[in-house]
Ligand binder design. Sequence first.
Ligand SMILES: Cc1cc2nc3c(=O)[nH]c(=O)nc-3n(C[C@H](O)[C@H](O)[C@H](O)COP(=O)(O)OP(=O)(O)OC[C@H]3O[C@@H](n4cnc5c(N)ncnc54)[C@H](O)[C@@H]3O)c2cc1C
Length: 494
Amino acid sequence: MPARTGAQFLQGLRDRPRELWLEGERVADPVDHPAFRNVLRSLAALYDLQRDPALRDEMTYASPTTGERVGLSFLMPHTHDDLVRVRTMMKRWADFSGGFMGRTPDYLNRSLMGYASAAAYCAENDPRFGEHIRRYYDYVREHDLCLTHTLINPQANRSVGPSQQANPYLAARIAEENSRGIVLRGARMLATLPAADEIMVFPSTLLRAGPDDAPYAYAVALPTDTRGLRFLCRESFDYGKSHFDHPLGSRFEEMDAVVIFDDVQVPWDRVFLLRDVEKCNRAFAATGAVAHMAHQVVTKNVAKTEFLLGVASLVVDAIAIEPFQHIHEKMAEIIINLETMRAFLRTSEVDAQVNRWGVMQPAWPPLDAARNVYTRMYPRMVEILQQLGASGLMAIPTERDFAGAQGETIRTYYQAARADAVSRVKLFRLAWDIAVSAFGSRQVLYERYFFGDPVRMAGAMFNAYDRRPYMERVRAFLERAEREAPELEAAPGE
Ligand SMILES: Cc1cc2nc3c(=O)[nH]c(=O)nc-3n(C[C@H](O)[C@H](O)[C@H](O)COP(=O)(O)OP(=O)(O)OC[C@H]3O[C@@H](n4cnc5c(N)ncnc54)[C@H](O)[C@@H]3O)c2cc1C
């Protein structure tokens, strides 16, 4: 079928009730539940963009199996132009939320595409697995399904691996292998957007498992309504407020959940890697999936930084703080961050090469640099927004305050140099939802961690980056310096 409409996406969720648990109760239908309905409508709007006739070529391409127009975020790239095309599509989706939705479906569509392009990698584990991942990719693309994923074991005792925890079934473990497939028992964290259609339960991009961890080593995917699968959601940060009061939280609260596998039967055709610790450790890098995902992530970073620059600039303008030099410095810092992200993104495309699976893979070093540095850039930009807004971020009456008895007083005292009170409060509530609210704090945590622990990402970079040419160059320089050192002449009188 062609790329779905928003209505089809929402109907798909209604047709297949999954076990979402929130504040002690099972969510009957996320489409109508206050914690989920707004973000699901935002996602529906993204799906609708794919069906906008004016955006047909930008958002979709002809399916290689059916010829129908399917979502461009599934495209297997073979040329540099393909990467630019995919990025242009992803940027339109990222701009829709100002980059505040981390789980627009393109994020995991790029991951799945990367895995499917490297089906031979899975086939090396078991010849059946290559065919499984290829078919799963076709299935998700042709049904335009929305994915979530979970890669990390529960945070109980981080000084030992999953096999050495107090309970061997704390981390989701292969409990049984039978004629139908494998059975998983235990937990995983942390699935953002648990209301999705399907979940990828894949190895970590960073955590290295040891030989004892084979029962925890696998890559599988499941419909989220599979029996025994439960999602324990955190408290919602969508407080049911208006778009005026909570401009971001009322639209883009994606939710995060711990995933429980209560003897979940995974059919064989959904198993892509099994018990091969080494292959699981290397999977994201070896398949190229991590580079394709990072291409999406950095596109989102550009959109998010552009949005932050817009908000910060409007704050500066509204309260006329542009004469002050430290404001220039802070604004320049955001601009430099934006240009840095853009440069990394373009370099990853220009330096892309066809990988060993025959697919055009964005260059990893600039994307790796971008994903490392953005964990520091984003919290700093939020800090800058706090420094620009100062107490104005607390002078933020609600829509009801404006309608209430103090409305006129608020209109008088909350005006700004270049904005009336309503416009000023609307803007500052947006800045507050980025820099102060629960939604905003979660975004900071997200940018710090969602793509991996920054400490271990830096460690991975240190270990993998080929520094030898530079060491050789400096060694050669040191030798040359010795050879070329001028004879010291004896000082007169000596
Ligand atoms: C908002 C949000 C959304 C997320 N969404 C998803 C998702 O959709 N899917 C998914 O799979 N994951 C998701 N994650 C999880 C993310 O992958 C992890 O947060 C990340 O990999 C770090 O792991 P951890 O949180 O378990 O931290 P931990 O590993 O528990 O680390 C805690 C602290 O201990 C330190 N530490 C622990 N072990 C070591 C070590 N071996 N060496 C050095 N330092 C160590 C860390 O540096 C850190 O300071 C999300 C996280 C957040 C915050």
